[in-house]
Design a protein around this ligand. Structure first.
Ligand code: ATP
Ligand code: MG
Length: 279
Protein backbone atom coordinates (compact mmCIF):
# COMPACT_ATOMS: atom_id res chain seq x y z
CA UNK A 1 0.00 0.00 0.00
CA UNK A 2 1.25 3.43 -0.82
CA UNK A 3 2.19 5.25 2.36
CA UNK A 4 1.20 8.88 2.07
CA UNK A 5 1.32 9.87 5.71
CA UNK A 6 3.61 8.81 8.53
CA UNK A 7 2.38 8.05 12.04
CA UNK A 8 2.38 11.72 13.05
CA UNK A 9 0.06 12.52 10.23
CA UNK A 10 2.71 14.52 8.40
CA UNK A 11 3.50 13.88 4.78
CA UNK A 12 6.84 12.08 4.40
CA UNK A 13 9.36 13.82 2.20
CA UNK A 14 13.06 13.68 1.48
CA UNK A 15 14.04 15.82 4.44
CA UNK A 16 12.42 13.45 6.92
CA UNK A 17 14.40 10.50 8.11
CA UNK A 18 13.16 7.30 9.62
CA UNK A 19 14.16 7.05 13.29
CA UNK A 20 14.97 3.40 12.86
CA UNK A 21 17.73 4.04 10.33
CA UNK A 22 21.12 3.87 12.04
CA UNK A 23 23.29 4.06 8.95
CA UNK A 24 22.34 5.98 5.84
CA UNK A 25 25.07 6.36 3.25
CA UNK A 26 24.31 7.98 -0.05
CA UNK A 27 26.37 7.65 -3.18
CA UNK A 28 29.68 7.39 -1.34
CA UNK A 29 32.98 7.33 -3.21
CA UNK A 30 36.47 6.92 -1.83
CA UNK A 31 39.40 7.71 -4.08
CA UNK A 32 43.01 7.18 -3.00
CA UNK A 33 45.63 9.13 -4.88
CA UNK A 34 48.76 7.02 -5.39
CA UNK A 35 51.17 9.32 -7.24
CA UNK A 36 49.65 9.66 -10.69
CA UNK A 37 47.25 6.83 -10.18
CA UNK A 38 43.77 7.09 -8.71
CA UNK A 39 42.47 4.09 -6.81
CA UNK A 40 38.70 4.13 -6.68
CA UNK A 41 38.10 1.98 -3.60
CA UNK A 42 34.40 2.84 -3.39
CA UNK A 43 32.49 3.85 -6.46
CA UNK A 44 29.00 5.08 -5.61
CA UNK A 45 27.76 3.06 -2.65
CA UNK A 46 24.35 3.71 -1.07
CA UNK A 47 23.11 1.68 1.87
CA UNK A 48 20.54 1.92 4.64
CA UNK A 49 20.90 -0.13 7.81
CA UNK A 50 18.13 -0.15 10.39
CA UNK A 51 18.32 -0.47 14.12
CA UNK A 52 18.68 -4.09 15.20
CA UNK A 53 19.87 -5.43 11.85
CA UNK A 54 22.59 -8.08 11.70
CA UNK A 55 24.23 -7.68 8.34
CA UNK A 56 27.26 -9.22 6.68
CA UNK A 57 29.40 -7.69 3.98
CA UNK A 58 31.23 -10.03 1.61
CA UNK A 59 33.30 -9.50 -1.51
CA UNK A 60 36.65 -10.45 -2.98
CA UNK A 61 39.89 -9.03 -1.67
CA UNK A 62 40.24 -5.41 -2.71
CA UNK A 63 36.52 -4.92 -3.33
CA UNK A 64 36.34 -2.12 -0.73
CA UNK A 65 35.02 -3.86 2.39
CA UNK A 66 37.53 -2.40 4.84
CA UNK A 67 37.34 1.00 3.17
CA UNK A 68 33.59 0.92 3.69
CA UNK A 69 33.93 -0.22 7.31
CA UNK A 70 36.39 2.60 7.99
CA UNK A 71 33.87 5.10 6.67
CA UNK A 72 30.93 3.49 8.50
CA UNK A 73 33.04 3.56 11.66
CA UNK A 74 33.92 7.27 11.22
CA UNK A 75 37.61 6.34 11.06
CA UNK A 76 37.81 7.86 7.61
CA UNK A 77 35.83 10.31 5.49
CA UNK A 78 34.42 9.57 2.03
CA UNK A 79 35.75 11.55 -0.96
CA UNK A 80 32.21 12.38 -2.03
CA UNK A 81 28.73 11.43 -0.87
CA UNK A 82 26.85 11.68 2.38
CA UNK A 83 26.82 9.69 5.57
CA UNK A 84 24.19 10.01 8.30
CA UNK A 85 24.88 8.02 11.45
CA UNK A 86 22.00 7.94 13.89
CA UNK A 87 20.66 11.03 12.11
CA UNK A 88 23.91 13.00 12.38
CA UNK A 89 25.67 14.12 9.20
CA UNK A 90 29.07 12.50 9.74
CA UNK A 91 30.52 13.37 6.34
CA UNK A 92 30.93 16.99 7.42
CA UNK A 93 32.37 16.53 10.90
CA UNK A 94 35.78 17.69 12.10
CA UNK A 95 38.37 15.21 13.36
CA UNK A 96 37.53 15.85 17.01
CA UNK A 97 33.79 15.44 16.42
CA UNK A 98 34.50 12.21 14.56
CA UNK A 99 36.40 10.94 17.59
CA UNK A 100 33.40 11.74 19.78
CA UNK A 101 31.04 9.92 17.42
CA UNK A 102 33.34 6.89 17.37
CA UNK A 103 33.55 6.76 21.15
CA UNK A 104 29.83 7.20 21.76
CA UNK A 105 28.19 5.35 18.93
CA UNK A 106 30.48 2.67 17.55
CA UNK A 107 32.12 -0.47 18.90
CA UNK A 108 34.91 -1.96 16.78
CA UNK A 109 36.06 -5.56 16.61
CA UNK A 110 39.07 -6.31 14.41
CA UNK A 111 40.63 -9.50 13.05
CA UNK A 112 43.75 -9.15 15.24
CA UNK A 113 41.81 -8.14 18.39
CA UNK A 114 43.83 -4.88 18.82
CA UNK A 115 44.37 -5.35 22.56
CA UNK A 116 47.08 -3.64 24.60
CA UNK A 117 49.84 -6.15 25.35
CA UNK A 118 50.50 -5.54 29.03
CA UNK A 119 47.00 -4.67 30.17
CA UNK A 120 44.62 -7.03 31.98
CA UNK A 121 41.22 -7.74 30.41
CA UNK A 122 39.25 -5.60 32.86
CA UNK A 123 41.42 -2.54 32.12
CA UNK A 124 41.12 -3.03 28.36
CA UNK A 125 37.34 -2.91 28.70
CA UNK A 126 37.43 0.09 31.03
CA UNK A 127 39.42 2.20 28.53
CA UNK A 128 36.53 3.45 26.37
CA UNK A 129 34.74 4.45 29.58
CA UNK A 130 37.77 6.40 30.72
CA UNK A 131 37.88 8.28 27.39
CA UNK A 132 34.16 8.97 27.70
CA UNK A 133 34.53 10.16 31.31
CA UNK A 134 31.89 7.65 32.40
CA UNK A 135 31.19 6.66 35.99
CA UNK A 136 30.98 3.18 37.55
CA UNK A 137 33.67 2.03 35.15
CA UNK A 138 34.75 -1.11 36.91
CA UNK A 139 31.21 -2.33 37.42
CA UNK A 140 30.28 -1.73 33.81
CA UNK A 141 33.47 -3.37 32.53
CA UNK A 142 32.76 -6.41 34.71
CA UNK A 143 29.21 -6.63 33.37
CA UNK A 144 30.48 -6.49 29.78
CA UNK A 145 33.03 -9.24 30.47
CA UNK A 146 30.32 -11.35 32.06
CA UNK A 147 28.20 -10.88 28.96
CA UNK A 148 30.91 -12.56 26.89
CA UNK A 149 31.53 -15.29 29.45
CA UNK A 150 34.88 -14.04 30.76
CA UNK A 151 33.98 -13.35 34.39
CA UNK A 152 36.77 -15.70 35.45
CA UNK A 153 39.45 -14.15 33.23
CA UNK A 154 39.18 -10.48 34.21
CA UNK A 155 42.75 -10.12 35.42
CA UNK A 156 44.38 -12.07 32.60
CA UNK A 157 46.77 -10.43 30.16
CA UNK A 158 46.23 -11.06 26.42
CA UNK A 159 49.17 -13.53 26.45
CA UNK A 160 47.30 -15.51 29.10
CA UNK A 161 44.19 -15.85 26.93
CA UNK A 162 43.32 -17.94 23.86
CA UNK A 163 42.58 -16.21 20.56
CA UNK A 164 38.84 -16.69 21.04
CA UNK A 165 39.03 -15.28 24.57
CA UNK A 166 41.06 -12.28 23.36
CA UNK A 167 38.39 -11.62 20.77
CA UNK A 168 35.75 -11.81 23.50
CA UNK A 169 37.65 -9.16 25.47
CA UNK A 170 37.59 -7.04 22.31
CA UNK A 171 33.82 -7.57 22.03
CA UNK A 172 33.32 -6.59 25.68
CA UNK A 173 35.37 -3.45 25.02
CA UNK A 174 33.26 -2.73 21.92
CA UNK A 175 29.94 -2.94 23.75
CA UNK A 176 30.79 -1.42 27.13
CA UNK A 177 29.78 2.07 25.97
CA UNK A 178 26.34 0.92 24.76
CA UNK A 179 27.15 1.83 21.15
CA UNK A 180 24.49 2.21 18.47
CA UNK A 181 26.28 -0.48 16.49
CA UNK A 182 29.15 -2.92 16.40
CA UNK A 183 31.40 -3.08 13.35
CA UNK A 184 33.39 -6.29 13.00
CA UNK A 185 35.99 -6.65 10.23
CA UNK A 186 36.91 -10.35 9.81
CA UNK A 187 36.35 -10.84 13.55
CA UNK A 188 36.50 -14.62 13.17
CA UNK A 189 39.29 -14.55 10.56
CA UNK A 190 42.08 -15.69 12.92
CA UNK A 191 40.03 -18.23 14.85
CA UNK A 192 39.45 -21.97 14.52
CA UNK A 193 35.87 -22.94 13.75
CA UNK A 194 34.89 -23.66 17.38
CA UNK A 195 36.15 -20.28 18.66
CA UNK A 196 34.60 -18.64 15.61
CA UNK A 197 31.25 -20.24 16.49
CA UNK A 198 31.54 -18.88 20.04
CA UNK A 199 32.07 -15.38 18.70
CA UNK A 200 29.08 -15.79 16.38
CA UNK A 201 26.98 -17.07 19.26
CA UNK A 202 27.80 -13.94 21.29
CA UNK A 203 27.05 -11.69 18.32
CA UNK A 204 23.70 -13.41 17.68
CA UNK A 205 22.78 -13.05 21.34
CA UNK A 206 23.76 -9.37 21.45
CA UNK A 207 21.72 -8.78 18.33
CA UNK A 208 18.64 -10.72 19.44
CA UNK A 209 18.53 -9.97 23.16
CA UNK A 210 19.93 -6.44 23.25
CA UNK A 211 18.90 -5.32 19.79
CA UNK A 212 22.43 -4.18 18.94
CA UNK A 213 22.98 -3.41 15.26
CA UNK A 214 25.89 -5.44 13.90
CA UNK A 215 27.81 -5.19 10.63
CA UNK A 216 30.07 -8.15 10.03
CA UNK A 217 32.67 -8.30 7.25
CA UNK A 218 33.65 -11.85 6.34
CA UNK A 219 35.18 -13.93 3.56
CA UNK A 220 33.33 -17.00 4.75
CA UNK A 221 29.84 -17.69 3.33
CA UNK A 222 29.05 -20.02 6.21
CA UNK A 223 29.73 -17.23 8.71
CA UNK A 224 27.63 -14.86 6.64
CA UNK A 225 24.72 -17.31 6.84
CA UNK A 226 24.51 -16.60 10.58
CA UNK A 227 23.54 -13.01 9.85
CA UNK A 228 20.20 -11.79 8.53
CA UNK A 229 21.18 -9.79 5.50
CA UNK A 230 24.03 -10.09 3.03
CA UNK A 231 25.57 -7.24 1.08
CA UNK A 232 28.03 -8.15 -1.62
CA UNK A 233 30.69 -5.70 -2.79
CA UNK A 234 32.64 -5.93 -5.99
CA UNK A 235 34.99 -3.31 -7.43
CA UNK A 236 33.77 -0.72 -4.95
CA UNK A 237 30.08 -1.26 -5.75
CA UNK A 238 27.23 -3.12 -4.14
CA UNK A 239 26.32 -5.93 -6.52
CA UNK A 240 23.87 -7.80 -4.29
CA UNK A 241 21.85 -7.02 -1.17
CA UNK A 242 19.60 -9.84 0.00
CA UNK A 243 17.92 -11.02 3.19
CA UNK A 244 19.12 -14.40 4.46
CA UNK A 245 15.94 -16.47 4.72
CA UNK A 246 16.84 -18.87 7.56
CA UNK A 247 19.98 -17.72 9.37
CA UNK A 248 22.05 -20.49 10.96
CA UNK A 249 22.14 -20.71 14.74
CA UNK A 250 25.71 -20.54 16.08
CA UNK A 251 26.68 -23.46 18.29
CA UNK A 252 23.72 -25.48 17.03
CA UNK A 253 24.14 -25.75 13.29
CA UNK A 254 27.34 -27.61 12.43
CA UNK A 255 29.39 -26.27 9.57
CA UNK A 256 27.62 -27.97 6.68
CA UNK A 257 29.18 -29.52 3.63
CA UNK A 258 26.90 -27.18 1.69
CA UNK A 259 29.43 -24.41 2.33
CA UNK A 260 30.87 -25.14 -1.09
CA UNK A 261 27.39 -25.10 -2.56
CA UNK A 262 26.76 -21.76 -0.89
CA UNK A 263 29.88 -20.35 -2.51
CA UNK A 264 28.60 -21.57 -5.82
CA UNK A 265 25.29 -19.79 -5.25
CA UNK A 266 27.08 -16.53 -4.71
CA UNK A 267 29.79 -17.16 -7.25
CA UNK A 268 28.23 -14.94 -9.85
CA UNK A 269 27.98 -11.97 -7.55
CA UNK A 270 31.28 -12.71 -5.85
CA UNK A 271 33.47 -13.34 -8.85
CA UNK A 272 31.42 -11.68 -11.53
CA UNK A 273 30.56 -15.02 -13.07
CA UNK A 274 33.75 -15.39 -15.09
CA UNK A 275 35.97 -18.29 -14.02
CA UNK A 276 38.94 -16.90 -15.94
CA UNK A 277 39.20 -14.07 -13.47
CA UNK A 278 40.06 -16.23 -10.51
CA UNK A 279 41.64 -19.32 -12.04
N1 ATP B 1 45.23 3.77 2.21
C1 ATP B 1 45.12 3.36 0.95
N2 ATP B 1 45.81 3.96 -0.03
C2 ATP B 1 45.68 3.56 -1.30
N3 ATP B 1 44.88 2.57 -1.72
C3 ATP B 1 44.17 1.92 -0.80
C4 ATP B 1 44.25 2.28 0.60
N4 ATP B 1 43.42 1.47 1.29
C5 ATP B 1 42.86 0.64 0.38
N5 ATP B 1 43.30 0.91 -0.88
C6 ATP B 1 42.87 0.24 -2.12
O1 ATP B 1 41.46 0.30 -2.17
C7 ATP B 1 40.90 -0.93 -2.62
C8 ATP B 1 39.95 -1.50 -1.59
O2 ATP B 1 40.69 -1.90 -0.44
P1 ATP B 1 40.03 -2.54 0.86
O3 ATP B 1 41.08 -2.65 1.89
O4 ATP B 1 38.82 -1.76 1.19
O5 ATP B 1 39.61 -3.98 0.34
P2 ATP B 1 38.95 -5.21 1.12
O6 ATP B 1 37.69 -5.54 0.41
O7 ATP B 1 38.86 -4.91 2.56
O8 ATP B 1 40.01 -6.37 0.87
P3 ATP B 1 40.45 -7.59 1.84
O9 ATP B 1 39.39 -8.64 1.67
O10 ATP B 1 41.74 -8.04 1.23
O11 ATP B 1 40.60 -7.10 3.23
C9 ATP B 1 42.09 -1.83 -2.94
O12 ATP B 1 42.35 -1.78 -4.31
C10 ATP B 1 43.21 -1.23 -2.14
O13 ATP B 1 44.44 -1.48 -2.76
MG1 MG C 1 39.77 -5.75 4.32
Amino acid sequence: MLKLFNKNGAKPDDTQRDDDVVIDIRDITKVYQMGDIEVRALNGVSLEIRKGEFLSIMGPSGSGKSTMMNILGALDQPSTGEYFLDGEDVSRLSESDLARVRNQKIGFVFQNYNLLKRTPAIRQVELPLIYAGASERRKRAQAALELVGLERRMDHLPTELSGGQQQRVAIARALVNNPAMILADEATGNLDSRSGAEILQIMQRLNQEQGITIVFVTHDPWIARHTRRLVMLRDGKIVADEPIPRPLVAGKDERPSEAAEMEAIFQDAYYGGSEDEYN
